[in-house]
Design a protein around this ligand. Structure first.
Ligand code: NAD
Ligand code: MG
Length: 387
């Protein structure tokens, strides 16, 4: 039996992970599940999986969760520290699917055990790639990518010589507004930005897909995970979302990963790695699909991509500032304080201000310096968003 924990169990990735685990109950022993506001879902999943411990990240929800789980033989905990504690329990396989920079500390805690971490939380690598991968190496942990593009790159690289790798092409659906006139983007509403043409995901990543902040994060994630340079990473708009990424070698060959837009493929690959086991995803019929199309991303429509290039250029703490400022700008958009196209300027102004103050590039990268940069960036981004 493989012992597993699921951080962010109530979210879109968490529930897809649970869907796969439930199909093979004899193979998995679930230890910890964590969630946030959705206590009913958390409690139901804990009971269904027979988890030992269920944790909500909100202190004030402790009593409600305890009530929901009374008599169910599940230990109940609450608060941010309790999430980190749950992540610290040594299990064979942990899914890191908390959304946002909040996933960083639990992920780091899990890595300390030297086991396997399936990483959906891209913010960990964007904010703290160097520290994160360094910590994994030091503890002997295996990190497996769950973001579909990175799972695709990982799979396309199996058995290949990294020295022959020339480029990595990350595809992007283009999000909800790929065909909108650029002038209209300013007026995009929260509801319009919250629906994705191809993927069914959590609200924040769906909005980030429309703005391509999600793709921007994925470019940085690619650099950090695979150790390639920013010049080796390309982005192409591929509206059908069937090719998830391609890798190009020095003999001109391109290897593409093609599959249905269903996160259970990437989650299942990480769950079963190094084996491939049958997964309940659609089998593509290429003649039904007929054609796959590609186009270049437009910088005016997607300013986040140029910001990502700057972040990769600066390095150091720039990723932490970028993630935090982006999250703060997204909060402001969700709260109706700023428009859709105001998010990118909030992020770039925050980065400019903090790099002008110095210290981003050559800063000592520790978990503390990352969390400090995150905190300061949120304050500045909040000021830019509200003034
Ligand atoms: P979601 O919003 O559906 O779920 C987020 C989970 O995190 C929930 O369980 C929630 O309770 C928990 N959470 C929220 N705030 C928290 C906090 N402060 N502390 C602890 N837990 C907290 O998100 P999602 O779409 O499942 O995405 C999860 C992560 O996976 C994100 O980093 C996202 O970018 C990444 N990802 C998602 C997809 C997808 O298809 N949904 C694809 C690729 C990568
Ligand atoms: Mg992705």
């Amino acid at each position: 039996m493989k012992t597993v924990s699921i951080l962010g169990a109530t979210g879109s990735i968490g529930q897809n992970t649970i869907d796969l685990i439930k199909r093979r109950p004899d193979e998995f022993d679930v230890v910890a599940v964590t969630g946030g506001h959705n206590l009913e879902q958390l409690a139901a999943s804990a009971v269904e999986l027979g988890a030992q411990v269920a944790v909500t990240c909100y202190d004030e929800k402790f009593a409600d969760l305890r009530e929901l789980l009374s008599g169910k033989n599940v230990e109940v905990k609450a608060g941010e520290e309790a999430v980190v504690e749950a992540a610290s329990i040594s299990v064979d396989w942990t899914m890191s699917a908390i959304v946002g920079a909040a996933g960083l500390r639990p992920g780091m805690a899990s890595l300390s055990n030297g086991k396997t971490l399936a990483l959906a939380n891209k913010e960990s690598l964007v904010s703290a790639g160097q520290a994160y991968m360094g910590h994994a190496k030091a503890s002997g942990a295996t990190v497996l990518p769950v973001d579909s593009e990175h799972s695709a790159v990982f799979q396309a690289l199996i058995g290949e010589d990294m020295a022959a790798l020339e480029r990595v092409i990350i595809t992007a659906s283009g999000g909800a507004f790929r065909d909108w006139p650029i002038e209209k983007l300013k007026t995009a509403t929260l509801a319009e930005a919250s629906s994705h043409p191809n993927w069914d995901m959590g609200q924040r990543i769906t909005i980030d897909s429309a703005s391509m902040f999600n793709k921007a994060m994925e470019l940085i994630e690619t650099k950090e995970f695979f150790g390639v340079s920013s010049e080796q990473i390309e982005t192409v708009i591929h509206p059908e979302s069937l090719i998830h990424a391609l890798v190009g070698f020095n003999d001109g060959a391109l290897m593409a990963h093609v599959g249905p837009p269903d996160m259970r493929h990437a989650i299942g690959f990480a769950l079963n790695w190094p084996d491939r086991i049958e997964l309940p995803v659609e089998r593509l019929n290429l003649t039904d699909i007929g054609q796959l199309t590609f186009r270049a991303p437009d910088d005016a429509r997607y300013p986040a991509l140029a910001i990502a290039r700057d972040v990769m250029e600066i390095g150091g703490l720039a990723g932490a500032v970028f993630t935090a400022a982006k999250e703060r700008a997204l909060d402001a958009f969700i709260a109706g304080q700023i428009g859709f196209m105001d998010m990118a300027p909030v992020v770039s102004k925050t980065l400019d201000k903090m790099s002008a103050q110095g210290g981003l590039q050559n800063a000592k990268i520790t978990l503390d310096s990352i969390l400090d940069a995150d905190k300061t960036a949120r304050i500045y981004a909040g000021e830019f968003a509200t003034n």
